[in-house]
Design a protein around this ligand. Structure first.
Ligand code: NAD
Length: 260
């Protein structure tokens, strides 16, 4: 089982949503493993901050300010990576947004934005990036979904639909590209302590740490996750240690969905 960094020296990994939260943790871990990392995010300041951390680590990396929901920008971002390193070995799609509302509360713009940023973006990244992996006859993709694809809290209609769509897209891609040696898996996190979760907690009231503790109690492990704990599973799925895994939907939720 390959779980050491040595074989990652020549690997090129793209991480979307790499500026903050889970994506940032995946980017840092991939760099620790010695990969060349392309960090994609719409938030330029967040990217610069991660870039400084990677430079301090001596990690070979590239930052691309890109809105992954816009096809032309994704195509250009792929070109950047190819002109720098000439290949793509792994993609972790972590960019996403949280929106709230029942279907009657959700206006059409919010529905479209949620589905476009969370789901269509993964189609776009695959549409533009997969031909490179197909030509190489190998690669791995990890799509970050959510446990809300399986069971939801109230008022997350668009978000839950986008996250469930990611599972179907992942399954479909696994079937279509397995013959090329390309593996595609989804990760379904429970609550993870990221800027997104803290933003959601702040909607409940000003005492964010106490809301996070309360949400943590819903998990069997009695706490929310740290981004690193999701990143390690993403890195595992990108690595050769997961060489026979494709089309899988890996729940990483501290037992949140195990409890009645
Ligand atoms: P975050 O908000 O902390 O970070 C998300 C990053 O994605 C940000 O840097 C943001 O700028 C970027 N992003 C958003 N829209 C983008 C776009 N159109 N183009 C490029 N970049 C864009 O969120 P997070 O908590 O790290 O979440 C990462 C993923 O994990 C999301 O898909 C989220 O739905 C999922 N998730 C999070 C949790 C959680 O509890 N935090 C739980 C389950 C699933």
């Amino acid at each position: 089982m390959e779980m050491n960094s040595a074989q990652w020296d020549d690997r090129v990994i793209i991480v979307t949503g790499a500026g903050l939260g889970i994506g940032k943790a995946v980017a840092l871990k991939a760099a620790e493993w010695g990969a060349k990392v392309a960090l994609w995010d719409v938030n330029r300041e967040a990217l610069s901050a991660v870039s400084r951390e990677l430079t301090a680590m001596g990690g070979d990396h590239l930052t691309v300010t890109v809105d992954v929901s816009i096809s032309s920008q994704v195509a250009e971002a792929v070109s950047h990576v190819i002109s720098r390193w000439g290949r793509i070995d792994g993609i972790c799609n972590s960019a996403g947004i949280q929106t709230y509302g029942t279907v009657t509360e959700t206006d059409e713009d919010t529905w479209d934005r949620t589905l476009t940023v969370n789901l269509k973006s993964m189609y776009l990244v695959a549409h533009h990036g997969l031909p490179v992996m197909m030509a190489q006859r190998g690669g791995a993709i990890v799509n970050v979904s959510s446990v809300q694809a399986l069971a939801t809290q109230p008022r997350v209609a668009a978000y839950a639909a986008s996250k469930a769509g990611i599972i179907a897209l992942t399954t479909s891609m696994a079937v279509d590209y397995g013959a090329y040696g390309i593996r595609v898996n989804a990760v379904l996190p429970g609550s993870v302590d990221t800027p997104m979760l803290r933003w959601s907690a702040a909607l409940q009231g000003p005492d964010v740490p106490s809301t996070l503790r309360e949400w943590g109690q819903l998990h069997a492990l009695k706490r929310v996750a740290q981004p690193d704990e999701i990143a390690s599973v993403c890195i595992f799925l990108l690595s050769d240690a997961a060489s026979f895994m494709t089309g899988s939907h890996v729940v990483v939720d501290g037992g949140l969905t195990s409890q009645l």
